[in-house]
Design a protein around this ligand. Structure first.
Ligand code: GRF
Length: 226
């Protein structure tokens, strides 16, 4: 349900780290490129720099510290409670480094997306940049996808690519991917959800009314995100 009565789509963002993807979402909402607002940022780490970015933008921030919970289920329950208070239309995992349980996913699945730094189905999980280098890939990329119970396994919405160059190490590749791809395809996906071009329903995604049977690409980006 993209349109809330006031202020457009209510977006909640879950983070664990630096928050460069969060910043791209903040910038796009502030620039009016997303018809919605970020109603809260939730981190599973109190030291995540992403929280500072939220505060700078005067967005409410919440920490649900993973260390306060002995079991994943109780952590998930606490996260569900915090997220429910924000009443989000869309939940964005933007560098959220925690695997979520089935009940959490079921609760928010009509609007739950993740950004993953690989060309899924290649390299689910961690160390994606090094794995692409070790394989000798000429191309690397990032994917925005729906979240389901399979790690990085939900339906792919959009992918973007960068070329791998001979001098690359995992860090240079990660930085180029972040700057050229992640910080564009994630806000673009949220903008499409907010303006109704992208509809999510029961593990499926519909773009301009048609079921997505293959991911969108950089060539589909609106000019303001390309
Ligand atoms: C990004 O590469 C994202 O794709 C991955 O974790 C990283 C988070 O970076 N899941 P940041 O916190 O957005 O700076």
């Amino acid at each position: 349900m993209p349109e809330s009565p006031e202020g457009g789509t209510r977006i909640a963002v879950l983070v664990s780290g630096q928050g460069r993807n969060l910043q791209a979402l903040i910038d796009a909402t502030q620039a009016g490129q997303i018809s919605g607002r970020i109603v809260g940022v939730i981190s599973d780490r109190s030291d995540a720099f992403a929280l500072e970015r939220a505060r700078q933008a005067q967005i409410p921030d919440i920490t649900v510290d993973r260390h306060d919970y002995a079991h994943r289920a109780t952590f998930d329950d606490a996260l569900t409670d915090s997220l429910s208070t924000l009443n989000p239309d869309l939940v964005v995992l933007a560098g959220f480094m925690r695997i979520l349980g089935e009940s959490f996913i079921a609760r928010f699945s009509d609007g739950l997306i993740n950004i993953h730094p690989s060309l899924l189905p290649l390299y689910p999980g961690l160390n994606t940049h090094q794995r692409a280098l070790d394989t000798g890939d000429r191309e690397h990329g990032a994917t925005v996808h729906l979240v389901n119970n399979e790690l990085d396994g939900g339906l792919r919405i959009i992918q973007g690519t960068v070329s791998v160059v001979r001098q690359d190490d995992a860090q240079t590749l990660a930085e180029r991917l972040m700057m050229n791809v992640e910080t564009k395809i994630l806000p673009q996906t949220v903008a499409w959800f907010a303006n109704g071009r992208l509809r999510l329903d029961d593990g499926m995604a519909y773009f301009d009314g048609r079921a997505l049977d293959h991911p969108l690409s950089q060539s589909d980006l609106d000019p303001e995100f390309s």
